[in-house]
Design a protein. Sequence first.
Length: 445
Amino acid sequence: MTKLLATVYKELLLLQRDRGGLLVLFAMPAVLVLVITLVQENVLKTVGESETRILLVNRDAGELGALVEQKLADAGKLTVRKPAADEEFDEQLVRAAIDRGDFQFGVVLPDGLTKTVRHKARQAVRGSLSLEPEPGSQTAQTPVIRLYFDPAVIGGYRSAVRSSLQLMVQGIEVNEKLDALGQLLPLKINAALQKEMGDFLPEDFTLPPADLQLDWGDAPVLTFEEAAASTGSAGSIPTSVQQNVPAWTLFGIFFIVLPLAGSLIKERRDGTFFRLLSLPVPYLTVIVGKIIAYVLVCIMQIVAIYGIGRFLLPLLGTPPLEMGPELPAILIVAISAVLAATGYGIMLGTVLRTYEQASMFGPISVVIAAAIGGVMVPVYAMPKIMQQISILSPLSWGLDAFLDLFVRGGNLKTVWPEVAALLAFFLANLAVARIYFLRRVQNKG
Protein backbone atom coordinates (compact mmCIF):
# COMPACT_ATOMS: atom_id res chain seq x y z
CA MET A 1 0.00 0.00 0.00
CA THR A 2 2.87 2.38 0.83
CA LYS A 3 4.40 1.82 -2.61
CA LEU A 4 1.07 2.49 -4.28
CA LEU A 5 0.50 5.71 -2.32
CA ALA A 6 4.05 6.82 -3.14
CA THR A 7 3.37 6.21 -6.85
CA VAL A 8 0.14 8.21 -6.69
CA TYR A 9 1.93 11.03 -4.86
CA LYS A 10 4.69 11.05 -7.52
CA GLU A 11 2.16 11.33 -10.33
CA LEU A 12 0.29 14.15 -8.61
CA LEU A 13 3.55 16.05 -8.11
CA LEU A 14 4.41 15.68 -11.79
CA LEU A 15 0.94 16.89 -12.77
CA GLN A 16 1.22 19.85 -10.41
CA ARG A 17 4.41 20.95 -12.12
CA ASP A 18 2.75 20.80 -15.55
CA ARG A 19 0.57 23.84 -14.92
CA GLY A 20 0.03 24.49 -18.62
CA GLY A 21 -1.32 20.98 -19.08
CA LEU A 22 -3.60 21.33 -16.06
CA LEU A 23 -4.87 24.64 -17.38
CA VAL A 24 -5.80 22.96 -20.66
CA LEU A 25 -7.48 20.06 -18.88
CA PHE A 26 -9.66 22.32 -16.74
CA ALA A 27 -10.05 25.49 -18.81
CA MET A 28 -10.73 23.91 -22.21
CA PRO A 29 -13.86 21.89 -21.27
CA ALA A 30 -15.11 24.71 -19.04
CA VAL A 31 -14.87 27.26 -21.85
CA LEU A 32 -16.45 24.82 -24.30
CA VAL A 33 -19.37 24.20 -21.95
CA LEU A 34 -19.95 27.92 -21.50
CA VAL A 35 -19.65 28.89 -25.16
CA ILE A 36 -21.48 25.96 -26.73
CA THR A 37 -24.30 26.00 -24.17
CA LEU A 38 -24.94 29.72 -24.57
CA VAL A 39 -24.85 29.44 -28.37
CA GLN A 40 -27.17 26.44 -28.35
CA GLU A 41 -29.55 28.12 -25.93
CA ASN A 42 -29.88 31.00 -28.39
CA VAL A 43 -30.41 28.52 -31.25
CA LEU A 44 -33.17 26.83 -29.26
CA LYS A 45 -35.03 30.12 -29.24
CA THR A 46 -35.20 29.91 -33.02
CA VAL A 47 -36.78 26.45 -32.96
CA GLY A 48 -39.32 27.08 -30.23
CA GLU A 49 -37.64 25.15 -27.41
CA SER A 50 -37.22 28.34 -25.44
CA GLU A 51 -39.55 31.24 -24.77
CA THR A 52 -40.49 33.15 -27.94
CA ARG A 53 -40.95 36.91 -28.03
CA ILE A 54 -43.78 38.26 -30.19
CA LEU A 55 -44.50 41.93 -30.97
CA LEU A 56 -48.25 42.47 -31.36
CA VAL A 57 -49.55 45.62 -33.02
CA ASN A 58 -53.35 45.65 -32.58
CA ARG A 59 -54.95 48.36 -34.71
CA ASP A 60 -58.43 46.89 -34.32
CA ALA A 61 -60.62 48.55 -31.73
CA GLY A 62 -63.20 45.74 -31.74
CA GLU A 63 -63.73 42.46 -29.96
CA LEU A 64 -61.82 40.26 -32.41
CA GLY A 65 -58.54 42.10 -31.95
CA ALA A 66 -58.87 41.72 -28.19
CA LEU A 67 -59.69 38.03 -28.67
CA VAL A 68 -56.56 37.39 -30.76
CA GLU A 69 -54.51 39.26 -28.19
CA GLN A 70 -55.94 37.13 -25.37
CA LYS A 71 -55.32 33.84 -27.19
CA LEU A 72 -51.70 34.77 -27.88
CA ALA A 73 -51.21 35.74 -24.25
CA ASP A 74 -52.67 32.40 -23.11
CA ALA A 75 -50.42 30.35 -25.42
CA GLY A 76 -47.45 28.64 -23.80
CA LYS A 77 -43.83 29.79 -24.29
CA LEU A 78 -44.92 33.07 -25.89
CA THR A 79 -44.02 36.47 -24.49
CA VAL A 80 -46.36 38.98 -26.11
CA ARG A 81 -45.32 42.61 -26.07
CA LYS A 82 -47.63 45.44 -27.18
CA PRO A 83 -46.54 48.98 -27.98
CA ALA A 84 -47.32 51.47 -25.26
CA ALA A 85 -50.15 53.93 -25.72
CA ASP A 86 -47.76 56.70 -26.75
CA GLU A 87 -45.82 54.51 -29.21
CA GLU A 88 -46.60 54.53 -32.90
CA PHE A 89 -45.59 51.26 -34.53
CA ASP A 90 -45.97 51.03 -38.27
CA GLU A 91 -44.97 47.94 -40.22
CA GLN A 92 -41.55 49.40 -40.97
CA LEU A 93 -40.80 49.73 -37.26
CA VAL A 94 -42.05 46.18 -36.67
CA ARG A 95 -39.61 44.90 -39.28
CA ALA A 96 -36.79 46.91 -37.72
CA ALA A 97 -37.50 45.56 -34.21
CA ILE A 98 -37.44 41.99 -35.48
CA ASP A 99 -34.33 42.63 -37.56
CA ARG A 100 -32.51 43.82 -34.41
CA GLY A 101 -33.35 40.52 -32.73
CA ASP A 102 -35.69 42.07 -30.15
CA PHE A 103 -38.48 39.71 -31.25
CA GLN A 104 -38.77 36.48 -33.20
CA PHE A 105 -42.21 37.29 -34.63
CA GLY A 106 -44.38 40.32 -35.27
CA VAL A 107 -48.17 40.21 -35.70
CA VAL A 108 -50.06 43.21 -37.11
CA LEU A 109 -53.86 43.22 -36.80
CA PRO A 110 -55.45 45.61 -39.36
CA ASP A 111 -57.77 48.47 -38.53
CA GLY A 112 -61.47 47.55 -38.66
CA LEU A 113 -60.79 43.83 -38.33
CA THR A 114 -63.90 43.12 -36.25
CA LYS A 115 -66.26 45.07 -38.48
CA THR A 116 -64.90 43.61 -41.73
CA VAL A 117 -64.82 40.00 -40.50
CA ARG A 118 -68.40 40.17 -39.27
CA HIS A 119 -69.55 41.71 -42.51
CA LYS A 120 -67.75 39.07 -44.58
CA ALA A 121 -69.15 36.32 -42.34
CA ARG A 122 -72.71 37.57 -42.83
CA GLN A 123 -72.24 37.72 -46.59
CA ALA A 124 -70.85 34.18 -46.67
CA VAL A 125 -73.81 32.90 -44.65
CA ARG A 126 -76.32 34.85 -46.75
CA GLY A 127 -74.83 33.32 -49.88
CA SER A 128 -75.05 29.79 -48.45
CA LEU A 129 -78.72 30.37 -47.54
CA SER A 130 -79.47 31.85 -51.00
CA LEU A 131 -80.42 35.20 -49.46
CA GLU A 132 -79.96 38.50 -51.25
CA PRO A 133 -76.59 40.12 -50.50
CA GLU A 134 -76.57 43.26 -48.39
CA PRO A 135 -75.81 46.57 -50.11
CA GLY A 136 -72.11 47.34 -50.40
CA SER A 137 -71.02 43.75 -49.86
CA GLN A 138 -68.82 43.71 -52.95
CA THR A 139 -66.70 46.64 -51.75
CA ALA A 140 -65.45 45.02 -48.52
CA GLN A 141 -61.95 43.59 -48.89
CA THR A 142 -60.78 40.51 -47.02
CA PRO A 143 -58.80 41.62 -43.94
CA VAL A 144 -55.16 40.50 -43.78
CA ILE A 145 -53.30 39.69 -40.57
CA ARG A 146 -49.62 40.17 -41.32
CA LEU A 147 -47.00 37.93 -39.71
CA TYR A 148 -43.37 39.02 -39.77
CA PHE A 149 -40.58 36.69 -38.65
CA ASP A 150 -36.87 36.72 -38.03
CA PRO A 151 -35.13 34.93 -40.94
CA ALA A 152 -33.00 33.09 -38.37
CA VAL A 153 -36.09 31.27 -37.09
CA ILE A 154 -35.94 27.72 -38.41
CA GLY A 155 -38.58 26.91 -41.03
CA GLY A 156 -40.28 24.13 -39.07
CA TYR A 157 -40.98 26.34 -36.08
CA ARG A 158 -42.01 29.22 -38.33
CA SER A 159 -44.55 26.93 -40.01
CA ALA A 160 -45.84 25.80 -36.61
CA VAL A 161 -46.43 29.38 -35.45
CA ARG A 162 -48.09 30.29 -38.74
CA SER A 163 -50.34 27.21 -38.52
CA SER A 164 -51.29 28.09 -34.94
CA LEU A 165 -52.28 31.60 -35.99
CA GLN A 166 -54.26 30.22 -38.93
CA LEU A 167 -56.14 27.85 -36.64
CA MET A 168 -56.84 30.73 -34.28
CA VAL A 169 -58.16 32.87 -37.13
CA GLN A 170 -60.25 30.00 -38.48
CA GLY A 171 -61.78 29.47 -35.06
CA ILE A 172 -62.75 33.14 -34.90
CA GLU A 173 -64.16 32.94 -38.43
CA VAL A 174 -66.26 29.87 -37.57
CA ASN A 175 -67.68 31.56 -34.48
CA GLU A 176 -68.57 34.68 -36.46
CA LYS A 177 -70.25 32.62 -39.18
CA LEU A 178 -72.13 30.67 -36.53
CA ASP A 179 -73.35 33.91 -34.98
CA ALA A 180 -74.44 35.20 -38.42
CA LEU A 181 -76.15 31.87 -39.08
CA GLY A 182 -78.14 32.24 -35.88
CA GLN A 183 -79.39 35.64 -37.05
CA LEU A 184 -80.04 34.82 -40.73
CA LEU A 185 -81.40 31.28 -40.52
CA PRO A 186 -84.81 32.45 -39.15
CA LEU A 187 -85.14 34.74 -42.21
CA LYS A 188 -84.61 31.77 -44.50
CA ILE A 189 -87.14 29.69 -42.55
CA ASN A 190 -89.69 32.54 -42.61
CA ALA A 191 -89.31 32.86 -46.36
CA ALA A 192 -89.78 29.12 -46.81
CA LEU A 193 -92.88 29.09 -44.58
CA GLN A 194 -94.40 32.06 -46.41
CA LYS A 195 -93.89 30.27 -49.72
CA GLU A 196 -95.39 26.95 -48.60
CA MET A 197 -98.24 28.12 -46.34
CA GLY A 198 -99.25 31.29 -48.11
CA ASP A 199 -102.36 32.85 -46.56
CA PHE A 200 -102.48 30.24 -43.79
CA LEU A 201 -99.48 31.86 -42.14
CA PRO A 202 -100.23 35.02 -40.10
CA GLU A 203 -98.68 38.12 -41.61
CA ASP A 204 -96.97 39.12 -38.39
CA PHE A 205 -95.42 35.69 -37.86
CA THR A 206 -91.60 35.82 -37.62
CA LEU A 207 -89.11 33.53 -35.99
CA PRO A 208 -86.77 35.15 -33.47
CA PRO A 209 -83.03 34.94 -34.09
CA ALA A 210 -81.57 31.58 -33.05
CA ASP A 211 -79.41 31.79 -29.97
CA LEU A 212 -76.57 29.48 -31.03
CA GLN A 213 -74.32 29.73 -28.01
CA LEU A 214 -71.66 27.21 -28.96
CA ASP A 215 -68.07 27.86 -28.06
CA TRP A 216 -66.40 25.32 -30.29
CA GLY A 217 -62.91 26.45 -29.31
CA ASP A 218 -63.43 25.50 -25.67
CA ALA A 219 -65.30 22.26 -26.35
CA PRO A 220 -63.12 20.23 -28.75
CA VAL A 221 -64.43 16.89 -29.96
CA LEU A 222 -60.89 15.51 -30.35
CA THR A 223 -57.67 16.27 -28.47
CA PHE A 224 -54.12 14.98 -28.48
CA GLU A 225 -51.59 14.65 -25.70
CA GLU A 226 -47.83 15.09 -25.85
CA ALA A 227 -45.52 13.16 -23.51
CA ALA A 228 -41.83 12.35 -23.33
CA ALA A 229 -40.88 8.79 -24.26
CA SER A 230 -39.00 7.78 -21.13
CA THR A 231 -37.70 4.50 -19.80
CA GLY A 232 -38.19 5.79 -16.28
CA SER A 233 -41.19 7.06 -14.42
CA ALA A 234 -40.67 10.74 -15.16
CA GLY A 235 -39.26 11.93 -18.46
CA SER A 236 -38.49 15.54 -19.30
CA ILE A 237 -37.44 17.62 -22.27
CA PRO A 238 -33.62 17.95 -22.46
CA THR A 239 -32.16 21.42 -22.14
CA SER A 240 -29.02 22.78 -23.74
CA VAL A 241 -27.30 22.48 -20.35
CA GLN A 242 -28.25 18.83 -19.91
CA GLN A 243 -26.87 18.07 -23.38
CA ASN A 244 -23.65 20.06 -23.29
CA VAL A 245 -22.39 19.69 -19.72
CA PRO A 246 -22.00 15.88 -19.83
CA ALA A 247 -20.93 15.95 -23.50
CA TRP A 248 -18.05 18.38 -23.07
CA THR A 249 -17.16 16.94 -19.69
CA LEU A 250 -16.53 13.61 -21.41
CA PHE A 251 -14.53 15.43 -24.06
CA GLY A 252 -12.34 17.01 -21.38
CA ILE A 253 -11.98 13.70 -19.51
CA PHE A 254 -10.69 11.91 -22.60
CA PHE A 255 -8.16 14.67 -23.23
CA ILE A 256 -6.38 13.28 -20.17
CA VAL A 257 -4.82 10.82 -22.63
CA LEU A 258 -2.29 13.45 -23.74
CA PRO A 259 -0.55 14.09 -20.38
CA LEU A 260 -0.97 10.44 -19.34
CA ALA A 261 0.51 9.02 -22.52
CA GLY A 262 3.18 11.71 -22.51
CA SER A 263 4.12 10.83 -18.94
CA LEU A 264 4.61 7.16 -19.82
CA ILE A 265 6.63 7.96 -22.95
CA LYS A 266 8.84 10.44 -21.10
CA GLU A 267 9.52 8.01 -18.25
CA ARG A 268 10.36 5.24 -20.73
CA ARG A 269 12.59 7.53 -22.77
CA ASP A 270 14.45 8.80 -19.68
CA GLY A 271 14.73 5.31 -18.22
CA THR A 272 12.70 6.29 -15.14
CA PHE A 273 10.04 3.67 -15.74
CA PHE A 274 12.50 0.76 -15.94
CA ARG A 275 14.47 2.05 -12.94
CA LEU A 276 11.22 1.96 -10.94
CA LEU A 277 10.64 -1.62 -12.04
CA SER A 278 14.19 -2.56 -11.03
CA LEU A 279 13.17 -1.68 -7.49
CA PRO A 280 10.76 -3.98 -5.62
CA VAL A 281 7.82 -2.18 -7.28
CA PRO A 282 5.60 -4.38 -9.49
CA TYR A 283 4.44 -3.17 -12.90
CA LEU A 284 0.83 -3.33 -11.71
CA THR A 285 1.57 -1.00 -8.79
CA VAL A 286 3.11 1.62 -11.10
CA ILE A 287 0.20 1.47 -13.52
CA VAL A 288 -2.49 1.49 -10.80
CA GLY A 289 -0.78 4.46 -9.17
CA LYS A 290 -0.98 6.38 -12.45
CA ILE A 291 -4.63 5.39 -12.87
CA ILE A 292 -5.58 6.58 -9.37
CA ALA A 293 -3.76 9.90 -9.78
CA TYR A 294 -5.41 10.68 -13.12
CA VAL A 295 -8.80 9.48 -11.90
CA LEU A 296 -8.56 12.03 -9.08
CA VAL A 297 -7.76 14.77 -11.59
CA CYS A 298 -10.71 13.76 -13.80
CA ILE A 299 -13.08 13.74 -10.83
CA MET A 300 -11.98 17.30 -10.04
CA GLN A 301 -12.70 18.12 -13.70
CA ILE A 302 -16.21 16.70 -13.40
CA VAL A 303 -16.95 18.57 -10.17
CA ALA A 304 -15.72 21.87 -11.64
CA ILE A 305 -17.68 21.59 -14.91
CA TYR A 306 -20.84 20.35 -13.26
CA GLY A 307 -20.55 23.25 -10.82
CA ILE A 308 -20.45 25.60 -13.80
CA GLY A 309 -23.60 24.00 -15.15
CA ARG A 310 -25.36 24.17 -11.82
CA PHE A 311 -24.42 27.63 -10.59
CA LEU A 312 -22.72 29.78 -13.27
CA LEU A 313 -24.76 29.07 -16.40
CA PRO A 314 -28.10 30.06 -14.76
CA LEU A 315 -26.59 33.48 -14.07
CA LEU A 316 -26.01 33.80 -17.83
CA GLY A 317 -29.64 33.08 -18.71
CA THR A 318 -29.71 29.30 -19.20
CA PRO A 319 -31.65 26.70 -17.21
CA PRO A 320 -29.72 25.15 -14.30
CA LEU A 321 -28.26 21.68 -14.66
CA GLU A 322 -30.81 19.09 -13.53
CA MET A 323 -29.18 15.71 -12.94
CA GLY A 324 -32.10 13.72 -11.60
CA PRO A 325 -32.30 11.71 -8.38
CA GLU A 326 -29.95 8.84 -9.34
CA LEU A 327 -26.71 10.30 -7.95
CA PRO A 328 -25.08 6.90 -7.24
CA ALA A 329 -25.71 5.85 -10.84
CA ILE A 330 -24.27 9.17 -12.10
CA LEU A 331 -21.14 8.60 -10.00
CA ILE A 332 -20.73 5.06 -11.36
CA VAL A 333 -21.08 6.26 -14.96
CA ALA A 334 -18.59 9.07 -14.34
CA ILE A 335 -15.99 6.74 -12.81
CA SER A 336 -16.48 4.24 -15.65
CA ALA A 337 -15.88 7.01 -18.22
CA VAL A 338 -12.78 8.19 -16.35
CA LEU A 339 -11.38 4.65 -16.24
CA ALA A 340 -12.03 4.26 -19.97
CA ALA A 341 -10.11 7.49 -20.64
CA THR A 342 -7.16 6.55 -18.41
CA GLY A 343 -7.00 3.06 -19.90
CA TYR A 344 -6.85 4.59 -23.38
CA GLY A 345 -4.09 6.95 -22.27
CA ILE A 346 -2.01 4.10 -20.81
CA MET A 347 -2.42 2.09 -24.00
CA LEU A 348 -1.26 5.01 -26.16
CA GLY A 349 1.65 5.74 -23.86
CA THR A 350 2.76 2.11 -24.09
CA VAL A 351 2.23 1.52 -27.82
CA LEU A 352 3.43 4.85 -29.21
CA ARG A 353 7.16 5.49 -29.22
CA THR A 354 7.52 9.30 -29.14
CA TYR A 355 5.75 12.20 -27.47
CA GLU A 356 5.18 13.75 -30.89
CA GLN A 357 3.20 10.68 -31.95
CA ALA A 358 1.11 10.87 -28.78
CA SER A 359 0.49 14.61 -29.16
CA MET A 360 -0.77 14.05 -32.71
CA PHE A 361 -2.68 10.77 -32.48
CA GLY A 362 -4.17 11.21 -29.00
CA PRO A 363 -6.07 14.52 -29.45
CA ILE A 364 -7.09 13.72 -33.03
CA SER A 365 -8.52 10.35 -32.03
CA VAL A 366 -10.44 11.96 -29.15
CA VAL A 367 -11.87 14.65 -31.45
CA ILE A 368 -12.97 11.99 -33.96
CA ALA A 369 -14.55 9.90 -31.20
CA ALA A 370 -16.35 13.00 -29.91
CA ALA A 371 -17.58 13.93 -33.39
CA ILE A 372 -19.05 10.50 -34.13
CA GLY A 373 -20.20 10.03 -30.54
CA GLY A 374 -22.73 12.87 -30.46
CA VAL A 375 -20.72 15.41 -28.48
CA MET A 376 -20.59 18.02 -31.23
CA VAL A 377 -23.71 17.03 -33.21
CA PRO A 378 -26.51 14.87 -31.74
CA VAL A 379 -26.44 11.35 -33.13
CA TYR A 380 -30.06 11.54 -34.33
CA ALA A 381 -29.11 14.45 -36.64
CA MET A 382 -26.40 12.42 -38.37
CA PRO A 383 -26.79 10.36 -41.57
CA LYS A 384 -27.77 6.75 -41.03
CA ILE A 385 -24.28 5.44 -41.75
CA MET A 386 -22.83 7.80 -39.12
CA GLN A 387 -25.44 6.72 -36.59
CA GLN A 388 -24.30 3.14 -37.06
CA ILE A 389 -20.64 4.14 -36.69
CA SER A 390 -21.35 6.17 -33.52
CA ILE A 391 -21.79 3.00 -31.44
CA LEU A 392 -18.02 2.47 -31.75
CA SER A 393 -17.20 5.62 -29.77
CA PRO A 394 -16.72 5.31 -25.99
CA LEU A 395 -17.82 8.95 -25.69
CA SER A 396 -21.15 7.90 -27.20
CA TRP A 397 -21.56 5.24 -24.49
CA GLY A 398 -20.86 7.71 -21.72
CA LEU A 399 -23.09 10.43 -23.19
CA ASP A 400 -25.98 8.02 -23.71
CA ALA A 401 -25.69 6.89 -20.11
CA PHE A 402 -25.68 10.45 -18.76
CA LEU A 403 -28.68 11.43 -20.90
CA ASP A 404 -30.55 8.33 -19.74
CA LEU A 405 -30.06 9.48 -16.15
CA PHE A 406 -30.54 13.23 -16.68
CA VAL A 407 -33.35 13.26 -19.22
CA ARG A 408 -35.07 9.92 -19.58
CA GLY A 409 -35.57 9.10 -15.92
CA GLY A 410 -33.23 6.12 -16.06
CA ASN A 411 -31.40 4.34 -13.25
CA LEU A 412 -28.43 2.03 -12.81
CA LYS A 413 -30.38 -0.86 -14.31
CA THR A 414 -31.00 1.25 -17.41
CA VAL A 415 -27.38 2.29 -17.98
CA TRP A 416 -25.57 -0.92 -17.08
CA PRO A 417 -24.86 -1.81 -20.77
CA GLU A 418 -23.00 1.51 -21.25
CA VAL A 419 -21.17 1.08 -17.93
CA ALA A 420 -20.15 -2.45 -18.91
CA ALA A 421 -18.93 -1.23 -22.31
CA LEU A 422 -16.81 1.53 -20.73
CA LEU A 423 -15.25 -0.88 -18.23
CA ALA A 424 -14.60 -3.44 -20.98
CA PHE A 425 -12.90 -0.69 -23.02
CA PHE A 426 -10.74 0.13 -19.98
CA LEU A 427 -9.71 -3.50 -19.45
CA ALA A 428 -9.07 -4.08 -23.16
CA ASN A 429 -6.71 -1.09 -23.31
CA LEU A 430 -4.86 -2.30 -20.21
CA ALA A 431 -4.52 -5.74 -21.79
CA VAL A 432 -3.07 -4.27 -24.99
CA ALA A 433 -0.69 -2.11 -22.96
CA ARG A 434 0.44 -5.12 -20.94
CA ILE A 435 1.10 -7.20 -24.07
CA TYR A 436 3.15 -4.43 -25.71
CA PHE A 437 5.07 -3.82 -22.49
CA LEU A 438 6.03 -7.50 -22.17
CA ARG A 439 7.17 -7.58 -25.78
CA ARG A 440 9.32 -4.51 -25.25
CA VAL A 441 10.90 -6.00 -22.13
CA GLN A 442 11.63 -9.28 -23.94
CA ASN A 443 13.21 -7.43 -26.86
CA LYS A 444 15.43 -5.50 -24.46
CA GLY A 445 16.33 -8.77 -22.71
